[in-house]
Design a protein around this ligand. Structure first.
Ligand code: TRP
Length: 356
């Protein structure tokens, strides 16, 4: 059994919102604090963000520090977790290059997440990635580079949202192919999903679609909880207020703010039966969200006071991550027989061959 290594990342294309929080950030902080791992890595996937924002590098650059601040605000602790920037790890490009040999175009075309994203971004059949409407190779192949992100660090656990499942499946396939051809070198990762359905797909404040920046229905981690406005509820099912409660509310919140009920099931039962007003439920949600988000917002404000320290934290994270990266690449080069200069036996064998 490989030692436990936890790894995950986010594209820096905007500030993180409570969908990210319940979908993955909260779990990471839990895992960080539980301990029992050899390493834990969390990284800002700026290179992946550039695969569909290559023409807007300033956006990516601006959001790197936003994401770093969100990490720190949520409670990721650089003394326990290595936080780094993807583009600063050249070994990732190197490993991706070799992984490309192990994946077919047809397999990439079948990746459901990539399929959906290609449609969403309107990449068509055009032959010009920059000025036309074509599909850039970099974007099409990002599942391969994501497999490199995961395996370069020998991650065993990857806490992400359910939309990342196809990426993990492709990674496992690549690991198996690599190991079967070149010998046991890389480690198969496992996905770690959020605990409940509400957390896996948090709806936006419009109560309909998934929370997403492009739909403008987000509650950002920096949002003042008093200004949160959630669509008017109807039934428990498909009701954003209750879905948020599913994702955020714990039994102790009732003791604190609404002692008439012991837990969410009791509240739902009463609401379904009738005679319980929406406004009361919303007020309660406001308190629950406030309890969870207020400390995050306050911590963010503190970290915002020393931005150079945030960059310094990231730089140190890069240095640390590169140590692991270099070690894995040594093993990969050896396994792939491209380690020409550190293999005495090879040089002797070649000399012999020509001295016969
Ligand atoms: N694709 C992920 C997302 O959009 C970000 C990501 C890049 C990632 N590389 C990763 C997540 C490796 C986990 C592991 O959220």
């Amino acid at each position: 059994m490989a030692e436990k290594v936890i790894l995950t990342g986010d594209r820096p294309t905007g500030r993180l919102h409570i969908g990210h929080y319940v979908g993955s950030l909260r779990r990471r902080v839990q895992l960080q604090n539980e301990g029992g791992y050899k390493d834990m890595f969390v990284f800002i996937a700026d290179a992946q963000a550039l695969t569909d924002n290559f023409d807007n590098p300033e956006k990516v650059r601006q959001n790197v520090v936003e994401v770093a601040l969100d990490y720190l605000a949520c409670g990721l602790d650089p003394s326990k977790v290595t936080i780094f920037i993807q583009s600063a790890i050249p070994e990732l490009a190197e490993l991706s290059f070799y992984f490309m040999n192990l994946v077919t175009v047809a397999r990439l075309q079948r990746n459901p997440t990539v399929k959906t994203e290609i449609k969403m971004r309107g990449f068509g059949e055009g032959d010009d990635a920059v000025f036309g409407s074509g599909l850039p190779v970099g974007f099409f192949t990002y599942p391969i580079s994501q497999a490199a992100d995961i395996t370069l660090f020998k991650a065993t656990m990857v806490p992400v949202g359910a939309d990342q499942k196809p990426m993990l499946e492709q990674t496992v396939e690549i690991v198996r192919k690599f190991n079967s051809i070149y010998g046991e070198t890389l480690v198969e990762p496992e996905i770690v999903l959020p605990q409940n359905a509400a957390s896996q797909r948090l709806p936006g404040t419009d109560g309909k679609a998934k929370m997403s920046k492009s739909l403008g229905n987000c509650i950002y981690l920096g949002t003042d909880p008093l200004h949160i406005n959630v669509a008017d509820p109807g039934h428990v099912e498909g009701n954003a207020v209750f879905t948020y409660l599913d994702a955020f509310c714990r039994d102790e919140h009732f003791g604190l703010y609404w002692p008439e009920y012991a837990n969410l099931d009791e509240l739902k039962a009463h609401y379904t039966k009738g005679g319980l007003g929406d406004v009361k439920c919303k007020r309660f949600l406001e308190k629950v969200l406030n309890e969870e988000l207020e400390p995050i917002r306050a911590r963010r404000k503190e970290f915002e006071k020393d931005i150079p320290a945030v960059y310094e934290m990231l730089r140190k994270g890069v240095d640390k991550a590169r140590e692991t990266a270099a070690r894995t690449m040594d093993e990969v080069r050896k396994a792939m027989k491209i380690n020409y200069f550190d293999d005495k036996a090879l040089i002797e064998e070649q000399s012999k061959k020509y001295s016969l």
